[in-house]
Design a protein around this ligand. Structure first.
Ligand code: FES
Length: 569
């Protein structure tokens, strides 16, 4: 060993501190030579039985360990906070930044040279990347992988996407409650993340497009033996990465984020990728803005997966997965370094498509232009977004009167009123669902269609909020309005009966109320009293940035790569 590794500042010392660091580690049966200067590889695991999407990560950690040992390193697995999207209240997003802090400080405080990030469920991947980026040790991702395709009554059903559909069908009287309850067992048939192109598979796909994992990481099903092989190979690779000193800052360049934006359009990815990529970029000092997401505006939708298409992640895997998408995008991709040390173009080499209905070609796309649209106007001076590929074409240019729900409780209490004064043209507005307001910016932006309209056959309406929506959801839904209502944004001033104009083509969102009237309303406006007066949630509300900055905490932006020199005893 010629190079003094970071871990030697813990394990290479002959004094009392070195004794303490090594001796206690030896209680796990590690031999002397584990501390002779070989790479110590952290395996940062978000495994939890409360995060069912990540429940396969304990097995995958064993695969990583095999690879690390084989390559001459020493694997040490450690837990970090896990965020179960379907289980946490008020929303897992409230805790993404807490996970990022946990990951960052765990990596920094321990004597490791590189880290394998095991994540999957929506917030775990970005939370881990944010934390790892702020320490900047060599890092590589292994994702949970998607569940097997959902099955019910002989048909494929998709995580989330079909929940929204079934729920509306029950409210319309088209599906019995018994069938609704029966479908839930068939939807989630194996370990793994949502098998639609929801946020988890979107983030895994973008991780691959940014070169932060080995190729094929995104789509291999969680229970496919090849994912265990991928974990093994990742364990080998991180040891080499430590020797080659390939760090997140070498990979997470502006070019890599642009490639992620292009890939997000091609896969029909989640709107949540916007806040996550902005937050990760903030950690590595890349000046990414909401406007940059328009780079994907002309990229066609190639991946025919729910919610924008009809298939599921298992089909995407068997059709060839992300290497095929990257191959199709090869003329658009920017040169960017990956965990393999070479350019991202290598991920697409030799990629073959085995089902051109699942992964379309550029000249036969599912939709011609699939990128997210960024909206601005007096209703969203700092921006808002809409996902045209999951919206109704006829509503993308729309002007109508608003019906306003002041809070989530207001919406839930009134959405099914038979006398709700709305039509299919009405624009539904929901306030109080931003980072500070809820708090945590939950996935409630795709609010249900009012029951009185569902019964008339209405299945989509323009909906506007400062919240997010699930990556598995669909509809003509304007999200991430910034500034949010609780921060005093114009959204706070909208009243039922105001006219609003949405133009996805022009990228505008305007409240058609005079400036004088808005000023008069602003003069009497008061924010809601804070819901939390102590603990992490108070710190979050006090410091969270708006959606256009990725909803990170203001004091977490950037990184700190200084060595920790003081000892604990
Ligand atoms: Fe965990 Fe969808 S809820 S990935």
């Amino acid at each position: 060993m010629t190079k003094t590794r970071r871990s030697q500042a813990w394990y290479g010392k002959t004094d009392r501190d070195g004794f303490i660091h090594r001796s206690w580690m030896k209680n796990q049966g590690l031999p002397d030579h584990a501390f002779d200067g070989r790479p110590i590889i952290g395996i940062c695991n978000t495994w939890s039985e409360l995060t069912p999407c990540n429940s396969g990560l304990r097995d995958l950690a064993e695969g990583v360990k095999r690879g690390v040992w084989e390559a001459g390193g020493v694997p040490v697995e450690f837990p970090v906070m896990s965020l179960g999207e379907t289980q946490m209240k008020p929303t897992a997003m409230l805790f993404r930044n807490l996970l990022a802090m946990d990951v960052e400080e765990s990596i920094r405080a321990y004597g490791i040279d590189g880290v394998v990030l095991l994540g999957g469920c929506d917030k775990t991947t970005p939370g881990q990347l944010m934390g790892a980026a702020s320490v900047d040790l060599p890092s590589i991702v292994v994702s949970s992988g998607p569940m097997l395709n959902g099955k019910w009554r002989g048909a494929d059903i998709g995580s989330g996407t079909d929940v929204w559909k079934f729920s509306e069908a029950v409210r319309a009287g088209e599906m019995t409650l018994k069938d609704f309850m029966a479908a839930e067992s068939g939807m989630s048939r194996s370990k793994g993340v949502c098998m639609t192109m929801g946020t988890a598979s979107t983030m895994a796909s973008l991780v691959e497009a940014m070169g932060l994992s080995l190729p094929t990481n995104a789509a291999l099903p969680a229970v496919d033996s090849r994912r265990m092989t991928l974990a093994h190979l990742t364990g080998r690779r991180i040891v080499e990465m430590v020797d080659e000193d390939i760090k997140p800052s070498d990979i997470l360049t502006r070019a890599a984020f642009e490639n992620a934006i292009l890939a997000n359009a091609a896969v029909g990815g989640s709107t949540n990728a916007v806040v996550h990529l902005l937050a990760i970029a903030g950690r590595v000092g890349v000046d990414l803005t909401l406007r940059d997401f328009e780079l994907g505006g002309d990229i066609p939708l190639l991946v025919n997966c729910m919610p924008s298409g009809q298939y599921l992640m298992e089909d995407f895997c068997y059709a060839g997965g992300m290497p095929v998408v990257l191959n199709a995008l090869s003329d658009h991709l920017r040169p960017a370094k990956t965990v393999l040390g070479g350019d991202i173009a290598a991920y697409a080499e030799g990629a073959e498509c085995f089902n051109t209905d699942v992964i379309r070609t550029l000249d036969n796309p599912l939709k011609p232009a699939a990128g997210l649209r960024v909206l601005r106007g007096n209703l969203a001076p700092l921006g808002a977004i809409i996902k045209p590929s999951a919206a109704s074409d006829h509503l993308l240019e729309h002007e109508a009167e608003a019906y306003v729900f002041e809070t989530i409780e207001d919406m839930k209490a009134n959405i099914d009123r038979d006398d709700l004064p709305v039509t299919a043209e009405t624009i539904l507005v929901l306030k109080g669902c931003g980072p500070k307001g809820y708090p945590g910016m939950p996935e409630v932006g795709n609010m249900p269609i009012p029951r009185c309209l569902i019964q008339q056959g209405v299945r989509d309406m323009v909906r506007i909020s400062d919240g997010r929506m699930s990556g598995t959801a669909y509809g003509t839904v304007v999200l991430h309005v910034a500034p949010e209502a609780q921060a005093g944004g114009a959204l706070a001033l909208v009243q039922t009966g105001d006219r609003i104009r949405l133009s996805a083509a022009q990228g505008t969102l305007d409240l058609l109320v005079s400036e004088a009237e808005l000023e008069a309303r602003r003069a009497t406006w008061q924010p809601d009293p804070p819901q939390y007066t102590r603990g992490y949630a108070k710190m979050y509300v006090d410091h969270v940035l708006q959606a256009d900055r990725g909803a990170d905490l203001d004091f977490l932006v950037g990184k700190d790569t200084r060595p920790v020199t003081r000892e604990s005893h």
